[in-house]
Structures are given as structure tokens and as C-alpha cells.
Design a protein around this ligand. Structure first.
Ligand SMILES: [Ca+2]
Ligand SMILES: [Ca+2]
Length: 191
């Protein structure tokens, strides 16, 4: 139970910094402004409602994360792997290539790993469309839904990019790559 409470606290801390005020400007009306106090009130109400929706969605994600992954740990395994080598190595260690199935899980991973994740430019994670082009699947069979694709990705370049990796220089967005790549690629282990 203690572990769960710690997990929930950590995730809440991680997501709280990402909840913003929805980008709407609700400044009080200036003299001569056409904006009335009621306009300002309605603006704040919209911001509040949007926040509530976002917070509720994150709470649901956190609950799902706790229900399904309360005892999981994540670790960056440094090296120079092909995607299939990384998958086999993760299984040999009793885990699997990490599956990131919600925003809450991604925030948690970032919070948990910090610099050890940030320092690696390329990290394999556990999804592929090798069996059916464009039909991405997690290695665990978890439902495919949450994504962090970088702009214009996945592009299946050379008709050979079927493996998912996190690319640090794009703000940790996702890209598809071929199984074997010219730069060293570590991987994210989940177990
Ligand atoms: Ca592909
Ligand atoms: Ca690509």
C-alpha cells in the first residue's frame, strides 16, 4: 500500500507541472474595454472547466497506471542494440521493452529516470508495425492509443521503419526506425 501511495504521489507531482491554464487570457477589463466583468467571469469558468476535464482525464490515467503497473520499474539499458536485440535482452532480464500507454506513465518515467534517460539520444521502446505496415502494436498486447509521434512521423522511410524509438533531441517524441541503425541505440526496460 505504501508503494502505491508513493507511486500516486510521484505521478501527481509529475503531472502537476504539466497542467497549465489552457492558454486563455482572462485579464480583467481595462477602462474603455468592451469586455464586461461577466465576460471575465465566463472566461475563468471556461478555464476552470477545461482544467477540471484535464485533471479528471489525468486522474483516470493515473488510476489505470496504478491498477496495471503499480510495481513496475523502468531502467535505461545502455548499449548499441538493434530493436530485436533489445527486445531479446529485455526478456532475458525478466522484463520487456517498455510500453508507454498513457501521458501519466510517460510523466512518471521522466520523473523516475531523470538524467539517465535524458542523456541518451536514442532509446528503443516496445512497439512495432513489422507485421502489418502502419498498424502499431505494443509488444505486451496492451491497447495502442497514447502516442508521442514527432512531426511527420511515422514515415516508414525506405519502406523499412517498423520499430519505435524515443528521440531525445525532438523533446522525447517518437520516431520509427529500421531494426538496425547507424547510431548507438540503448533501450528502455520495463519489468
Ligand atoms: Ca513501418
Ligand atoms: Ca521515421
Amino acid at each position: 500500500m505504501k508503494k502505491r501511495t508513493k507511486l500516486i504521489t510521484t505521478i501527481l507531482l509529475a503531472v502537476s507541472v504539466n497542467v497549465s491554464y489552457g492558454g486563455e487570457n482572462c485579464l480583467p477589463p481595462d477602462v474603455g474595454s468592451k469586455q464586461t466583468p461577466m465576460d471575465v467571469f465566463r472566461c475563468f469558468q471556461r478555464v476552470f472547466d477545461a482544467q477540471q476535464d484535464k485533471i479528471q482525464a489525468l486522474q483516470e490515467q493515473i488510476q489505470q497506471l496504478v491498477d496495471t503497473k503499480a510495481d513496475r520499474v523502468y531502467e535505461v539499458i545502455k548499449g548499441n542494440f538493434t530493436w530485436h536485440e533489445a527486445k531479446a535482452d529485455a526478456e532475458k532480464r525478466g522484463g520487456y521493452l517498455a510500453t508507454i500507454t498513457s501521458e501519466a506513465e510517460w510523466f512518471f518515467i521522466q520523473k523516475m529516470l531523470g538524467d539517465s534517460l535524458l542523456s541518451d539520444a536514442n532509446i528503443w521502446i516496445g512497439a512495432t508495425d513489422e507485421k502489418d505496415e502502419g498498424n502499431w502494436r505494443w509488444v505486451t498486447g496492451e491497447p495502442w492509443g497514447y502516442t508521442r509521434w514527432n512531426t511527420s512521423q511515422p514515415d516508414n522511410a525506405g519502406n523499412a521503419e517498423h520499430y519505435l524509438h524515443i528521440y531525445a533531441s525532438t523533446g522525447y517524441n517518437w520516431n520509427d526506425l529500421p531494426n538496425s541503425y547507424s547510431h548507438p541505440i540503448s533501450y528502455l526496460l520495463e519489468k
